[in-house]
Design a protein around this ligand. Structure first.
Ligand code: GLN
Length: 477
């Protein structure tokens, strides 16, 4: 433990992975019986949108800067029961809105592999902490990719469970039809161990499922060979080569794609190598099509913004957190507290969402997006009638330079492979599949940036994606 604290004191001022560090790690309900539990005494970092009773929970927003959590999130109670030790709370994009970690009101988290680059968002601090050995594992949340994106860009394992498998009670809500909590770890086995501790029904979360079957031990099948596994590779994931405008639906998007915002050719190569590896392990590989995925980003951002505008209405300067000192009446209290407390990306989404939900526009935007969401779901269901898993790259390119994704649209397009999975409620894992050495003018400064490979499964088939991920991970050793 002391080692971790020393390391955090040394590295965190540079990385900005932790927003708060607990001086006395919470040992809580550790008891003798738990000494055999894998997580007992193991230091863990928690994204700062998950409540730990008595500790600050800021969601990286000025509006919650001094907010103290009044209770434990269910995942925290679960981990406490398993004997976990909490090191502190990690940085994120404000209210988990972002792909880079730069939307935090408390400064960006830097990528541990290259401090001139972003860690990825929104669970930026969680992934950076795990990747730089400032925690053994971390909790993140994933609404459109926020566990998998930073895991991919920092070189960690990130698992987004099936919608409803892990309780969100005590998670600060972003978009409630999409949000899920999951682990960021160094190995696939660790992800399975953490999932064992946090999965399961919770009456405090009405979207938590209460399955009729027993949840499996997620570590049980890790070593089972994958010979005969049916793997689908969506050609739609690969038809966006760097410099192509095929994801573009407007001139502006086309221009962005020309700047290299499509699938990077080296990322493509590493993803193809991972697929070849699966084949050499005995898997059957087929190309499939997910034609509606093309509309996933537009659909996701309508739905996400709409739900954000509703969920964030509660931050009114009275019930929670920051309250302006400059108001003369109630309306001014609302308006000024929100204007002063929220950052630019949060405001953008509240406005977009309010617009999309407003009378006269609801049918054209929100309702339409819900219909397209059903079609996207159906695309996945069709593929899963014949295949066990769907695979591809997690992110279209390596971690960008700080400020490199500063226009909102290009940041939104980074979610192209991750957001469709949330729209369909499916589980997915990102595991490291290699490194890229970006070209640099400074020959002395050779950095290697990690690349992530995504494995998507059927609803509640976490055991399968963990098995595939573990086989792939071990084959690379
Ligand atoms: N990049 C996505 C967004 O900004 C994902 C965020 C998330 O998963 N919390 O909405």
């Amino acid at each position: 433990m002391a080692e971790y604290h020393k390391q955090i004191a040394k590295e965190n001022p540079k990385l900005n992975a932790y927003l708060s560090v607990f001086n006395k790690p919470k040992l809580e309900t550790r008891n003798q019986e738990l000494e055999t539990n894998f997580l007992s005494g193991v230091p863990c970092a928690v994204k700062d949108n998950i409540l730990i009773s008595g500790e600050k929970c800021t969601a990286a927003s000025k509006i919650l800067k001094n907010y103290i959590a009044p209770y434990d999130a269910t995942v925290i109670s679960n981990l406490k029961q398993a004997g976990a030790v909490f090191l502190g709370k990690t940085n994120l994009d404000e209210f988990a809105m972002g792909a880079t970690g730069e939307n935090s009101a408390f400064g960006p988290t830097l990528n541990p592999h290259d401090h001139t680059r972003v860690a990825g968002g929104s669970s930026a601090g969680s992934a950076a902490a795990v990747a730089s050995n400032l925690a053994v594992y971390a909790l993140g949340s994933d609404t459109g990719g926020s566990i998998r994106a930073p895991a991919s860009w920092c070189g960690a394992v990130g698992l987004k469970p099936t919608y409803g498998l892990v309780s969100r009670h005590g998670l600060i809500a972003m978009a409630s039809s999409l949000d899920q909590i999951g682990p960021i770890t160094k190995t696939v086995e660790d992800a399975a161990i953490v999932l064992n501790a946090i999965a399961g029904h919770d009456p405090m979360d009405s979207t938590s499922v209460n399955p009729e079957w027993d949840l499996p031990d997620y570590t049980a099948n890790l070593n089972k060979p994958i010979a005969g596994l049916k793997v689908a590779v969506p050609k739609d994931f690969f038809s966006v080569p760097s410099g192509s405008a095929s994801v573009a639906t407007s001139a502006k998007e086309a221009a962005l794609a020309k700047e290299g915002r499509g699938l990077d050719s080296q990322v493509n190569n590493l993803a193809q190598a991972a697929i070849a590896k699966l084949e050499s392990l005995g898997a059957h590989i087929d190309q499939v099509s997910l034609p509606m995925v093309e509309y996933a980003i537009a659909t996701y951002y309508i739905i996400v913004s709409s739900e954000i505008s509703a969920n964030l209405a509660r931050y009114d300067g009275i019930r929670y957190g920051y309250s302006t000192s400059k108001a003369e009446n109630l309306l001014e209290t609302y308006l000024k507290s929100r204007a002063e407390g929220f950052g630019a990306e949060v405001k953008r989404r509240v406005m977009l969402g309010t617009y999309a939900l407003s009378a006269g526009y609801y049918d054209a935007y929100y309702l339409k997006a819900q219909k397209v969401r059903s079609l996207i779901k159906r695309d996945f269901e069709k593929v899963f009638e014949k295949y066990d898993v769907i695979v591809g790259p997690t992110m279209p390119y390596i971690a960008p330079k700080l400020g490199g994704l500063s226009d909102p649209l290009s940041a939104y397009l980074a979610d192209i492979y991750t957001a469709p999975v949330n729209l369909a409620g499916l589980p997915a894992i990102s595991i490291p599949c290699g490194f890229i050495e970006p070209e640099t003018s400074n020959q002395k400064l050779v950095t290697r940036l990690p690349v992530g490979f995504q494995i998507i499964g059927k609803h509640f088939d976490e055991a399968k994606i963990l098995q595939v991920a573990h086989n792939l991970e071990q084959s690379g050793k």
